[in-house]
Design a binder for this molecule. Structure first.
Ligand code: GLU
Length: 528
């Protein structure tokens, strides 16, 4: 089916002109589906999104899939999923549609072909018939001479009769753009005035390949124009291409958007993030239990752009509030360092924030229940909502990830309490009682009834951390057992741990019945 480009364009443009003022902000995120979304890509998307939010503008998602050889199956879907997960709302794009579509470049070929005709006709572009063999030779020769390999623009000078002849014989060709010098500075919203003269380093670039697909530069410019993009925020690796894009705008007689290039995102130690590092994909953060708002704050903290009160404590901001604080002029032009400690802090803050909301708490409980079940499928443990809720409330300050709850440190929460051998764990521990060294375990057996009675009586007041702590403290004084020794015995019999959370705290989490059951059964069974 042959698409009528003029029809596509004329049906779209009048609509847009009718409803928009010329100054409406329109930005786009234009990933190539050659892999998963990673931190750098998310950051680019976020800066564009925050800029749109701040200016009441539109955020467009455009899939740049013109390099068909590098497509990765499922990448487009996963990029869309990751953007949605991170809280970005796409105003126009492949799944939501919009007045300026299609939003996938491979569906826009007629538009590029129509546009390139204009450039061929007015002499800004030409058909190139050079074979790959010739291009390879040129390259080899340049390298031999220690020069930058570049196309020698041979076909710029073909005679009209030669062109007609080749066209009639159906000789394959690509289309190249006549790249002139670009001596003006590029005004970059982040870097200020930047001088790059592309034609110094390269010959005339291909804009339509011999397979009929446009190259990135051409499709990108044509789409930004027809989609009425006003601002382009993209990675600094594209800065070198911007003069080429500006020359294309000039050749078409179009007004270019404003450009702002985003500095590199680097590791805390100053090394480069590698796209091949699976661990920087958004997918891997999601799968490892990082919450979206935490990841967003983490990424946004690395590059500047926000006016925030100086504070030593990190605070978690919503996309809405980030957009209010965002100012492109505050963006740093030096590389942004990621600080992984901050990611933990943000994730902790997000867990605590969720716990202040009933529905979100239920979600957390479901997740924890699933994690515990899959980690300890054989255990018969209480995973009822009230118990999990009390665990979450108690542990919130200590967690940077919900999965911490299934780490060894918190194993005691998910045991049925029968596996602990207090005798073994307190072996060799002695303490001084009336100037005599007494075996720690044996003495605890003597006191067990008193301790149990004491704890039991707490029901009359409240089985709370403070009450438990106070009672045990006064008991240790009366019974002349050193408080730390008493705690050691109780901790091991409750949780099997030598170190860990406070005994009173653990008892509060377990509740009275479970605490008493554990102490009684562990001390008694260990004494056998
Ligand atoms: N498709 C390009 C990329 O993946 C887009 C660059 C741009 O935003 O112009 O990064």
């Amino acid at each position: 089916m042959k698409l009528n480009v003029k029809r596509i364009l004329t049906t779209l443009s009048p609509l847009s002109v009718k409803y928009r003022s010329l100054h409406d902000v329109r930005v786009r995120f234009a990933p190539s589906p050659t892999g998963y979304l990673h931190l750098g890509g998310l950051r680019t998307a976020l800066y564009n999104y925050l800029f749109a939010l701040k200016n009441n503008g539109k955020f467009i998602l455009r899939i740049e899939d013109t390099d068909q050889t590098r497509l990765v199956a499922g990448a487009t879907k996963s990029i869309i999923d990751d953007l949605r997960w991170s809280g970005i709302v796409v105003d126009e794009g492949p799944t939501v549609g919009g007045n300026f579509g299609p939003y996938v470049q491979s569906e826009r070929l007629p538009i590029y072909n129509e546009a390139v005709q204009q450039l061929i006709e007015d002499g800004s572009a030409y058909r190139c018939y050079c074979s790959q063999t010739r291009l390879d030779l040129l390259r080899k020769e340049a390298l031999k001479q220690r020069q930058i390999p570049k196309y020698d623009n041979k076909c710029r000078h073909l005679k009209q009769s030669d062109i007609q002849d080749k066209l009639s014989k159906g000789v394959p060709f690509c289309v190249r753009f006549k790249l002139d010098d670009y001596n003006d500075p590029v005004q970059d919203l982040v870097y200020g005035n930047v001088f790059v003269n592309s034609s110094k380093h390269e010959g005339d670039p291909i804009i339509i390949k011999s397979d009929g697909y446009p190259t990135y530069h051409f499709a990108n410019v044509v789409d930004d124009h027809y989609m009425e993009v006003t601002h382009v925020f993209r990675g600094v690796e594209w800065q070198i291409s911007t003069p080429k894009h500006l020359l294309l705008y000039k050749a078409f007689g179009w007004n270019p958007p404003k450009y702002g290039h985003l500095p590199l995102l680097i590791n805390a130690d100053g090394t480069k993030l590698s796209k091949r590092q699976g661990d920087i994909s958004i997918k891997s953060f999601r799968e490892s239990g990082v919450f979206s708002l935490a990841l967003v704050n983490y990424v946004m903290c690395a590059g500047g752009g926000f006016h925030k009160e100086q504070s030593t404590k990190p605070s978690l901001e919503t996309l809405e509030s980030l957009s209010k604080m965002f100012n492109i002029e505050n963006l740093n032009s030096h590389p942004g360092r990621l600080n992984p400690d901050l990611l933990n802090d943000f994730n902790n803050l997000e867990i605590r924030r969720k716990l202040s909301d009933e529905n979100e708490t239920d979600e957390l409980i479901k997740t924890v229940r699933g994690m515990v079940r899959s980690k300890y499928p054989e255990r018969n443990i209480d995973l009822e909502t009230p118990y999990l809720k009390s665990i979450l409330k108690w542990s919130a300050e200590r967690l940077s990830n919900l999965s911490d709850l299934t780490s060894d440190k918190f194993n005691f929460l998910w045991t049925d309490g029968s596996a602990v051998n207090t005798k073994e764990l307190t072996k060799g521990k002695t303490f001084k009682l009336n100037n005599i060294y007494v075996d720690c375990f044996n003495i605890s057996i003597c006191f067990i009834d008193q301790i149990l009675e004491l704890l039991d009586s707490l029901e009359k007041i409240e089985f709370s951390k403070t009450n438990i702590q106070t009672s045990l403290k006064s008991y240790s004084g009366k019974a002349q057992i050193k408080f730390p020794v008493l705690m050691k015995i109780l901790r091991t019999s409750l949780s099997g741990l030598k170190e860990g959370p406070g005994v009173a705290e653990v008892m509060e989490i377990f509740g009275k019945d479970e605490s008493l059951r554990r102490i009684r059964s562990n001390l008694n069974s260990s004494s056998i």
